[in-house]
Unconditional design. Structure first.
Length: 220
């Protein structure tokens, strides 16, 4: 069974980038192999789950030796489709959009900002991260300019997110990363991942509140 025929659980797919990031640090430190226990400690995933996740890639390690770091990096990058650089188009070039455009971590992880788009006429033509901001109407042409499928990144206010998603889908974009605090409705076959910074902060305040309560209880 080839990698494309294997169905990897979504939960495992969600952890593969964690393993890849940890493995990059391990490789940089010069270690040729890594145990499931060490990889678990580096990612916060229990070792049994690490072994099961990696078994979905067809990698089982060697008892007493562990996993070959370079080969494991190769396997994960192949499974995540990172054997090429994926172009992304960022829509909404406000503070967040500009920060994303200038983020060097994209290129280090297999992505490259290919185009910047906004519907504000005062921004069109301005250069950010070496690229001129283009109007929303040029999205279809931007998609046609690239051989690989574009990934759309929405960094607009919530009110504009759905119309931007509609424009991306109409232009042929099938994968969207949404930073806007809005739930998008897209056709079947279009993948959407949502990054809601406010929600993540609220989850942290929940944990912070619990820690404070426990400290007060133990000190009483």
């Amino acid at each position: 069974m080839t990698a494309s025929e294997r169905r990897i659980p979504e939960a495992t797919v969600g952890r593969l980038p964690l393993y890849l990031r940890a493995l990059a640090d391990i490789a940089e430190a010069g270690a040729p192999t890594v145990s499931s226990d060490s990889l678990a400690e580096a990612t916060g995933v229990n070792s049994a789950k690490v072994r099961k996740d990696l078994s979905h890639l067809g990698s089982y390690g060697t008892r007493g030796v562990g996993y070959d770091v370079a080969y494991l990096v190769h396997q994960i990058r192949r499974e995540l489709g990172l054997t090429q650089h994926w172009p992304i188009v960022i829509v909404g070039i406000g503070n967040l959009g500009q920060a994303l455009a200038n983020y060097r971590g994209f290129s280090e992880r297999g992505f490259r900002a290919a185009a910047l788009v906004d519907d504000d006429p005062t921004k069109i033509g301005r250069r950010v991260a070496g690229m001129a901001i283009r109007p929303l109407a040029e999205l279809p042409g931007i998609v046609r300019e690239h051989d690989a499928p574009l990934i759309g990144v929405i960094a607009t206010p919530a009110a504009a997110a759905q119309s931007v998603a509609d424009a991306l889908v109409e232009a042929g974009v099938r994968s969207i990363l949404n930073f806007a605090p809005a739930t998008l409705v897209v056709p079947e076959g279009v993948s959407v991942r949502k990054v809601d910074l406010a929600v993540e902060l609220q989850i942290l305040t929940y944990h912070e509140q619990r820690k404070t309560a426990l400290e007060e209880m133990t000190s009483a």
